[in-house]
Design a protein. Structure first.
Length: 147
């Protein structure tokens, strides 16, 4: 598994309840651009429309050696999942406070996969607590290392 990009902000802003691996339908120049590692999941999200899931606002830069047939960087991409997986994700995402966000984009063999997370938003005080815990853990590790 070769990691292309990761949505670190999602782990800061949301509680990730469940993760699912999905395929993604891409054009040829998009795959070449992903092999160069030129993608960004920062503000992207997953939308359910007509019993299908779509990845929106995922930025895949145009291929550097492409021609006029290059792809649009922010186009909507279809996610490939089984019907049962789609219906269960849509059902749980429709409950109050839950959303579907892409967490990672990676190669599995020769295929590009997206890890989707079923997430619930954190409140501001929860984010602050997480930062405090992380800093305290760092301080403990630093003192243990110096001993």
């Amino acid at each position: 598994m070769k990691l292309i990009c990761q949505n670190r902000k999602a782990y800061h802003d949301y509680h990730i309840e469940e993760t699912v691996e999905a395929g993604i339908s891409l054009q040829g120049t998009e795959v070449k651009s992903l092999r160069e590692g030129r993608a960004n999941l920062k503000d992207s999200y997953v939308l359910a429309k007509g019993g299908e899931l779509f990845l929106l606002n995922c930025h895949i830069s145009p291929y550097s050696h492409g021609n006029i047939m290059n792809h649009e960087p922010l186009r909507t991409r279809k996610l490939l999942l089984h019907k049962k997986q789609i219906s269960s994700l849509i059902g749980t995402a429709n409950t109050k406070g839950y959303t579907l966000i892409p967490l990672k984009l990676y190669f599995k063999g020769s295929f590009v996969k997206v890890e989707i997370g079923l997430a619930k938003g954190k409140r501001l005080y929860e984010k602050r607590e997480a930062i405090k815990e992380r800093e305290a853990k760092r301080e403990i590790e630093k003192t243990m290392k110096n001993r």
